[in-house]
Design a protein around this ligand. Structure first.
Ligand SMILES: NC(=O)c1ccc[n+]([C@@H]2O[C@H](COP(=O)([O-])OP(=O)(O)OC[C@H]3O[C@@H](n4cnc5c(N)ncnc54)[C@H](O)[C@@H]3O)[C@@H](O)[C@H]2O)c1
Length: 286
């Protein structure tokens, strides 16, 4: 089936990026969130990103308008019913994801693949909320979606080969590099590697070994990473790092290495969630 219309559930950091890259390859896109304000915020962030691309001479301004013209923001889930492919990008909460998948399952055409952009959670468990578990897979984009090249394609217990190749082909069409995660396991590849690195960075600061700035400087200059762990958490969401850590603890045998440092919990309680709240490990509103 040719994918002409893509449905995106969630207009946040990731949903808006996914909607943009789908529209850039010529698909019609419907992006749904629960409140008009969230839909508007998502549309504005796409507009901002595309305006920068125009300024840099990467795209023409009429191309920008054409891309924006292919994206329809809505709060009405039923507008996704004639989608040819759907990506879910709501917050990292299993019960919410199951509820969204159940709703999508009853709404979408039976042949449609529904992918979750979860950073860590079980595709098998999400798929079990539907009657089309062979059509459910993980499609893990990275932040910022239009710039980051990787997409992890994740197989749940019942995911068919056809579903994997449909999602892989779509990601490749979007210009992405894909890897297949053959077994449904918490955090897949990248987050299984990245979360311990973030937790160790927080513990180093908590133990008074070095400052936030110096940990970031050390990682950038000593490991040649483009961003330090604190800068990266502020970009991707301190809450996302926390949710993923809590999930790892629950799913990976409650090993002590996955216990959230107190400092991470304090950041969540202080609502210092990163760039999106104006402050995280660093201040952004000054
Ligand atoms: N932020 C990252 O760097 C990153 C990277 C890869 C994957 N992810 C994953 O992507 C997903 C989304 O993360 P995010 O950072 O975009 O979160 P976000 O908080 O920026 O956006 C989530 C959006 O989902 C909306 N939402 C909640 N319930 C909804 C519903 N029933 N229908 C439609 N929209 C609903 C919220 O209003 C919010 O706008 C999560 O599963 C996260 O783990 C995040």
């Amino acid at each position: 089936m040719e994918i002409r219309k893509v449905g995106v559930v969630g207009a946040g950091t990731m949903g808006s990026g996914i909607a943009q890259v789908a529209a850039q390859i010529g698909c019609q896109v419907v992006m749904r969130d629960i409140e008009d304000a969230f839909v508007d915020r998502g549309m504005k962030s796409i507009d901002r990103f595309l305006s920068k691309s125009v300024e840099k001479g990467k795209i023409a301004s009429d191309e920008k308008e054409a891309i924006l013209g292919r994206i329809k923001g809505t709060t009405d889930m039923s507008e996704l019913k004639d989608s040819d492919f759907v990506v879910e990008a709501v917050i990292e909460d299993m019960e919410l994801k199951k509820q969204v998948f159940k709703e999508l399952d009853s709404l979408c055409k039976p042949e449609v693949v529904i992918a979750s952009n979860t950073s860590s959670m079980s595709i098998t468990e999400i798929a079990a909320a539907t009657k089309r578990s062979e059509k459910i897979c993980g499609m893990h984009f990275f932040n910022p979606v239009p710039l980051m090249r990787l997409v992890e394609i994740i197989r749940g217990y019942s995911t068919s080969d056809e579903t994997i190749s449909t999602a892989t082909d779509l990601a490749k069409k979007m210009g992405k590099v894909t890897v297949e995660v053959k077994k449904d396991s918490p955090g897949f590849i990248v987050n299984r590697i990245m979360i311990p690195h973030m937790l160790e960075a927080i513990r180093i600061v908590e133990e008074g070994i070095a400052s936030i700035e110096d940990v970031d400087t050390a990682v950038k200059n000593g490991l040649n990473y483009p961003m330090g762990p604190f800068e990266l958490m502020d970009l991707t969401g301190v809450d996302v790092a926390y949710f993923v850590t809590e999930y790892f603890y629950k799913e990976l045998n409650k090993e002590s290495k996955w216990v959230s440092p107190n400092l991470l919990k304090t950041m969540i309680r202080a609502n210092r969630l990163g760039r999106k709240t104006g402050a995280g490990w660093y201040e952004y509103n000054k």
